[in-house]
Ligand binder design. Structure first.
Ligand SMILES: Cc1cc2nc3c(=O)[nH]c(=O)nc-3n(C[C@H](O)[C@H](O)[C@H](O)COP(=O)(O)O)c2cc1C
Length: 170
C-alpha cells in the first residue's frame, strides 16, 4: 500500500543497502524500487583492487555507464525519493548516475542514504550535488548502523519537505 507520495529507490550490490532500504520503506510506508543494472555485477566485477575489473573500468570512464534493467514508472505521483546506494570510491556508483540521468526528477526532492566501509556522508553528498546541480538534493544520511525510529523522525523533521508528511508506521 502506497500512501505517502514517497518512493525509496536503491541500488545494492551485496545486500547492505537493500536491508536499510527495506526498513526505511516500511518505516515511512513508501513504494520500494530496486535500481538494477541490465547485467548484474559478479563478485569479480566488484573487485575494486583490480584495475581491469568492470567496476574499476566504469569508475574511470573506460567503459560506458551501465544500462538500467528497468525504469521507475509513474514518477509524477512522487514528491520525495529516498535514494540509497553503497559508496563506491567516495561517491555514488555509476548505476546511480545512470538512474539520475535517465529520469526526470526535477519535481521531487531527493534524499540520499548510503552504506559504506567507512567513508562519511559529507564527501558523498558533495560529489552528488556537484554532479547533479539541477536536482533538489537534501542532506542525506550514512546508515551503516540501524537508526532508531526517533532518529529517523528527527532526520525527517530537518528535511522540511512540504507537502510530504512523514510518519513512522513501524
Ligand atoms: C567497487 C567498490 C568501491 C567501494 N568504495 C568504497 C569507498 O570509497 N568507501 C567506503 O567506505 N566503502 C567503499 N566500498 C564498500 C561499500 O560501500 C560497502 O561495503 C557497502 O556497504 C556495500 O553495500 P551493498 O551491500 O548494498 O552493495 C566499496 C565497495 C565496492 C564494491
Amino acid at each position: 500500500m502506497q500512501t505517502n507520495n514517497i518512493v525509496v529507490a536503491y541500488f545494492s550490490a551485496t545486500g547492505n543497502t537493500a536491508r536499510v532500504a527495506r526498513r526505511l520503506s516500511r518505516a515511512v510506508n513508501s513504494d520500494l524500487f530496486e535500481i538494477k543494472p541490465e547485467k548484474a555485477y559478479s563478485m569479480q566485477d566488484l573487485d575494486w583492487t583490480d584495475p581491469k575489473s568492470r567496476c574499476s573500468q566504469e569508475h574511470e570512464n573506460k567503459i560506458p555507464l551501465p544500462s538500467l534493467n528497468e525504469k521507475l514508472m509513474n514518477l509524477a505521483q512522487y514528491k520525495a525519493m529516498f535514494l540509497g546506494f553503497p559508496v563506491w570510491w567516495y561517491k555514488q556508483p555509476p548505476i546511480i548516475s545512470q538512474f539520475l540521468k535517465s529520469h526526470n526528477l526535477k519535481h521531487m526532492v531527493i534524499i540520499p542514504f548510503c552504506t559504506s566501509g567507512g567513508t562519511q556522508m559529507e564527501e558523498v553528498q558533495t560529489a552528488l550535488e556537484n554532479e547533479f546541480p539541477e536536482l533538489d538534493i537534501r542532506p542525506g544520511r550514512l546508515m551503516n548502523v540501524t537508526l532508531p525510529d526517533e532518529a529517523l523522525e528527527y532526520w525527517f523533521s530537518t528535511l522540511n519537505i512540504e507537502p510530504v508528511k512523514f510518519s513512522i508506521v513501524d
